[in-house]
Design a protein around this ligand. Structure first.
Ligand SMILES: [Zn+2]
Ligand SMILES: [Zn+2]
Length: 392
């Protein structure tokens, strides 16, 4: 078909430029299915003369499409309108938010937590298990094993795609699809209105970064935090990855953070005080000149995403209680190259270091056993070989 044929119109419209009978319609307007009134012209000449003022109609039409409006805009705190431009903030480092894509859908057959539809957890905040640390039944423990194993496979799928040029939104897409393919729901999706299926925290982001259109750059670090809901229980884990070649100081920060988690796990067994976890982590971090984030803690997990116990990662904390066999919780130290203090971006989620220096994190979901600990989200023989210190 001839390209010009779409320009012909039969209806008696008048030229938007000179008012004479029109016989041409703007091809872009046809493509966007916009009405011919105001978009019709008598001649190519009138069309060309109108172009500068007319073309804004196309942009306007695009931004008014509901699906478009929902996505590719900056995420702001619930209650505020999503912003078409960067909000004002006293940014602590060089990272900035990028537009986020529209909400990803979860098929009907998949069991969803109670916040999936309206963004509000209902059972979780009112549960007795916010105060009492649940001792899990063998049946629940078995379900936790399955869910945590899926979580590990999902995180590994994300790890395999980390390289310069990949956007954190593309990572989110893989997390979302892999979770669903396994029959699970990505727990973070719509949890207190969090808009994505995982958290991606780049460089100075401590945690809860929102996947967006920013491309990972050579020398970045990115933490991917995955939680899967499957068979009525949640499994939660995260790792920090290198993007291409990173500088020596960053390698040390990430390795130290990995070791902090390993050392914390090594003390877990019945009778150990929850507050001791923070002492072990802070001792190892400060040995390397790093600091420990105080605002975000490890947490109980099971049929609830977040519940008792609360496990601080910093030293001399006042956490109450001792570990008992059958308890399940996460340990997830966030270690900063500079100061421990954090600040929150205007999106209400992204926690960044107050001085803009880098932060790393690792997380496992752990079961206290009669003799020690079982790492439910442990690396598998198939997990990608991304840490030089783990190579044989
Ligand atoms: Zn997590
Ligand atoms: Zn967690």
């Amino acid at each position: 078909m001839d390209g010009n044929s779409s320009m012909s119109v039969e209806s008696p419209l008048s030229c938007a430029h000179c008012g004479k009978p029109a016989r041409l319609q703007c091809p872009k307007c046809i493509e966007l299915k916009l009405p011919p009134a105001g978009a019709s012209f008598c001649t190519q000449d009138c069309f060309k003369k109108s172009w500068n003022s007319h073309k804004s109609v196309h942009l306007k039409a695009k931004s008014n499409t509901p699906a478009e409006h929902e996505g590719w805009l900056y995420c702001l705190r619930k209650g505020q309108k999503r912003s078409p431009s960067l909000p004002y903030f006293d940014w602590t480092g060089t990272l900035r938010p990028y537009p986020i894509s529209k909400i990803r859908l979860v098929p009907n057959g998949i069991e969803k937590p109670d916040w999936a539809i309206d963004g509000i957890p209902k059972v979780e905040p009112n549960s007795d298990f916010q105060n009492i640390v649940e001792i899990k039944t063998p049946e629940l423990i078995e379900r936790m094993r399955e869910t945590c194993r899926i979580g590990r496979e999902v995180l590994d799928a994300a790890a395999r795609m980390i390289r310069p040029g990949v956007t954190t939104d593309e990572i989110d897409e893989v997390v979302h699809k892999t979770t669903i393919a396994a029959g699970g729901y990505p727990s973070t999706l719509n949890y207190h209105f969090f808009p994505k299926s995982c958290c991606t925290s780049v460089n100075e982001v401590i945690c809860h970064g929102i996947p967006d259109a920013r491309k990972l750059e050579e020398g970045d670090i990115v933490n991917v935090d995955v939680t899967v809901y499957y068979k009525g229980v949640h499994g939660d884990l995260n790792e920090t990855y290198f993007v291409g070649e990173v500088d020596e100081a960053t390698k040390q920060l990430v390795r130290c953070t990995y070791e902090c988690l390993e050392k914390a796990i090594s003390i877990v067994k019945p009778g150990v005080r929850f507050r001791e976890v923070g002492d072990v982590i802070s001792r190892h971090a400060s040995m390397s000149g790093f600091s420990v984030v105080k605002s975000y803690c490890g947490h109980g997990i099971g049929e609830l995403f977040h519940c008792a116990p609360n496990i601080p990662h910093y030293g001399k904390n006042k956490a109450v209680g001792v570990m008992k066999a059958g308890q399940i919780f996460t340990i997830e130290p966030m270690i900063n190259a500079g100061v421990w203090r954090d600040r929150l971006w205007p999106d209400g989620w992204t926690a960044v270091t107050a001085d803009g220096k880098r932060s790393a994190q690792f997380e496992h979901t752990l079961l206290v056993t009669e003799t020690g600990v079982e790492v439910l989200t442990a690396r598998l023989p198939s997990s990608p070989d991304v840490y030089p210190w783990l190579k044989k």
